[in-house]
Design a binder for this molecule. Structure first.
Ligand code: SIN
Ligand code: CO
Length: 378
């Protein structure tokens, strides 16, 4: 089978549902609790390894403490000595984007690639002491909450009243009305659609992995694409100037000529008219690495004629006419396009496939390799 996983195959991860069934019945619709989604699951990072990441300036982290109705939030980086003692209850450390820093966590994220890469965001790991949590809240995105260590009690509800407690450094529902309650053991997983209220409280020391998704807002997307379009519009549209040989003499010089408005509207419409360009800009935006991502450039090596694998930080997608990688878009067709799509879907290409790429495409691969975007596959 070409591409990703077999979407009609029942998965333990989804409680025996196939990805196709899960997407149809649950995705963006209703929660799913899966006992032993990953049987015998063990934390992929030890506590000290997680704390090391939290201390790293290149990693996004937060520390939350509560007690007596008060919440305090500290943004990372968080050196070890900045964390409360392990014996102290009611605090939690959240470390974002761990998939970028750890191969095993990236492999975990890949198990969720029955959802398009354009929607996958990251894996956040939370560490909490007894009673710790982020309080009752709702998120605007879907999330899979995988219990990795210890136990956590989740209470969830459909929550109509979305009012928040005022004056807190984080979003806490003013009047949370839970409808269901589950205690998750390591390997158990809870899927929640956007806007479902939830409150997870650690029952003793606890680690939870959140597989999160990105959900661009219409306004955000319009702003991003229009900005990129604006950067290119000048060149693309040429410098044909407004002409008005038919302009009559005016007695009211302050009035904007209607023809000027028509000219302006036409210019904007021309900039928007080319769907291929919009598709190019969308793909470039979707594959743009996060601001804190950088790639390690590999030591210079001879031409290895073997296969290649994408670096875990690389975002690669495609549409009918283009291939996108880490914010760059290329037009592609024919055999090159097929092979590049395969690279995006499977995140690797065998030596035989690399050999079938055109000279131009092989040249691109070499450049991407030099940038650290992909590596020789062992
Ligand atoms: C957590 O892991 O503590 C919070 C995850 C969430 O509520 O989205
Ligand atoms: Co949440």
């Amino acid at each position: 089978m070409l591409g990703g996983m077999d979407i009609s195959q029942p998965l333990r991860l989804l409680g025996g549902l196939s990805p196709a069934q899960f997407m149809k019945r649950h995705w963006q619709k209703k929660p799913l609790l899966v006992r032993q989604a990953i049987p015998g699951f063990q934390p992929l990072l030890s506590r000290p390894a997680l704390f090391d990441l939290a201390a790293d300036a290149a990693v996004e982290s937060r520390l939350l403490r509560h007690g007596g109705g008060r919440w305090t939030l500290r943004q990372g980086p968080l050196p070890r000595r900045g964390l409360p003692p392990l014996g102290q209850p009611d605090w939690t450390l959240l470390v974002q984007g761990v998939d970028l820093h750890h191969a095993g966590v990236h492999a975990l994220l890949r198990q969720f690639r029955f959802v398009p890469d354009a929607r996958l965001d990251d894996v956040m790991i939370s560490y909490a002491t007894e009673g710790g949590g982020v309080g009752p809240h709702f998120d605007s995105y879907d999330v899979f909450l995988l219990q990795a260590h210890g136990r956590r009690r989740w209470r969830i509800g459909r929550q109509k009243d979305l009012r928040l407690v005022e004056g807190l450094p984080l979003k806490i529902l003013a009047d949370f009305e839970p409808e269901e309650e589950y205690v998750l053991d390591p390997g158990d997983m809870l899927y929640l659609p956007p806007r479902w209220a939830h409150d997870g409280v650690a029952l003793g020391e606890c680690m939870t992995y959140s597989i999160g998704f990105r959900q661009p807002a219409r306004g955000e997307l319009a702003r991003e694409l229009l900005q990129r379009l604006a950067d290119e519009a000048g060149d693309g549209l040429g410098d044909a100037a407004y002409r008005d040989p038919g302009q009559a003499a005016v007695a009211a010089p302050g009035a904007v000529p209607p023809a000027m408005f028509d000219f302006a509207r036409d210019a904007v419409e021309r900039a928007l008219r080319d769907p291929a360009q919009l598709a190019m800009l969308l793909g470039e935006w979707l594959t743009e690495p996060k601001p804190n991502v950088w790639f390690d450039t590999p030591p210079a090596r001879g031409d290895a004629a073997g296969g290649v694998a994408l670096d875990r930080r690389t975002r690669m997608m495609y549409d009918e006419r283009h291939v996108f990688i880490n914010g760059e878009g290329y037009r592609a067709s024919g055999r090159d396009a097929r092979l590049m799509r395969q690279l995006a879907d499977e995140r690797s290409l065998g030596a035989g496939q690399v050999a079938r790429l055109s000279e131009d495409a092989q040249f691109l691969l070499a450049q991407w390799k030099e940038a650290g975007w992909l590596h020789d596959d062992a």
